[in-house]
Ligand binder design. Structure first.
Ligand code: NDP
Length: 254
């Protein structure tokens, strides 16, 4: 139980990677708050996890809502010492058809959301003299992909924020790292498969195989594999790991 006494705040904790991370951090002894936009799916997720899990309805793009939710979570379960900036969205579009609204939405959710949450939580970590900030970026934060330029730009920004903040907080006992999954078996990948089927006429199996083909292990990453990396970075023993961007992608990026 290496995380006993810690409170982890997980954005996008209602499903996919965030939910798997909640499960892993609970197993390591942390108290957990899961946050997202939809109260009903948060309640369903909390019921699957454990009776003590708290839920928070917020949109990470709304700074005031984030500040209020973080304060409420700390009142309920104590100071937050672990922040998982996981909420994200990947909308595809060829660059020529990427509107400025689409561009802004990808930056708001995938990059500015992490900025808002980190600003809200950091004072609590500084007060506690200990913290773990983990940004779920993507292999799209480390290399390019076609037809998702706004998402790729936002995730590269998140990797940059990780590095800069790691340096600022290095002497404060607070580590900041990015975990960068490759295509992972969640709703985001189901949407990508549906998009490939719609735009190319491929079958579901063909579309799925196309995504898996980019991974040298020839498979989609599983959410537990991402959660395992996150849980390890949260451990007190990982204190010398900071400013890193760790790909969980079967060797797609090295
Ligand atoms: P899912 O779509 O399964 O889950 C996304 C989660 O984020 C949901 O809980 C959703 O809840 C929440 N969310 C989305 N937008 C917001 C918002 N504006 N404010 C608050 N919560 C929000 O996604 P994944 O689990 O696949 O993705 C999690 C993270 O991992 C994302 O950052 C994604 O970019 C990244 N990633 C995913 C990969 C993949 O292949 N799946 C690969 C690489 C990175 P709700 O909609 O109810 O708000």
């Amino acid at each position: 139980m290496p995380l006993l006494g810690h409170h982890a705040f997980i954005t996008g904790g209602s499903r996919g990677i965030g939910l798997a991370c909640a499960r892993a951090l609970l197993a390591d002894g942390a108290r957990v708050t899961i946050a997202g936009r939809d109260a009903a799916s948060l309640e369903r997720a909390a019921a699957q996890l454990s009776p003590g899990v708290a839920t928070c309805v917020l949109d990470v793009t709304d700074e005031a809502a984030v500040q209020a939710a973080v304060a409420a979570a700390a009142r309920q379960l104590g100071p937050i010492t672990i922040l998982l900036n996981n909420a994200g969205q990947a909308l595809p579009a060829p660059f020529a058809k990427t509107s400025s609204r689409h561009w802004q939405q990808m930056l708001d959710v995938n990059l500015t959301g992490a900025f808002h949450c980190t600003q809200a939580v950091l004072p609590q970590m500084l007060d506690q003299g200990w913290g773990r900030i983990i940004n779920i970026a993507s292999t799209a934060g480390l290399k390019g992909y076609k037809y998702v330029s706004a998402y790729v730009a936002a995730k590269h920004g998140l990797v940059g924020l990780t590095k800069a903040l790691a340096l600022e907080l290095a002497s404060k006992n607070i580590t900041v790292n990015a975990v960068c999954p490759g295509y992972t078996e969640t709703d985001i990948v189901q949407d990508a498969i549906a998009n490939i089927m719609r735009t190319t006429g491929r079958t579901q199996e063909q579309a799925r195989a196309e995504l898996a083909a980019g991974n040298p292990q020839q498979k989609l990453v599983q959410v537990e594999e991402v959660a395992n990396a996150v849980a390890w970075l949260c451990q007190p023993a990982a204190s010398a790991m900071t400013g890193q961007s760790i790909a969980v992608a079967g060797g797609e990026v090295m």
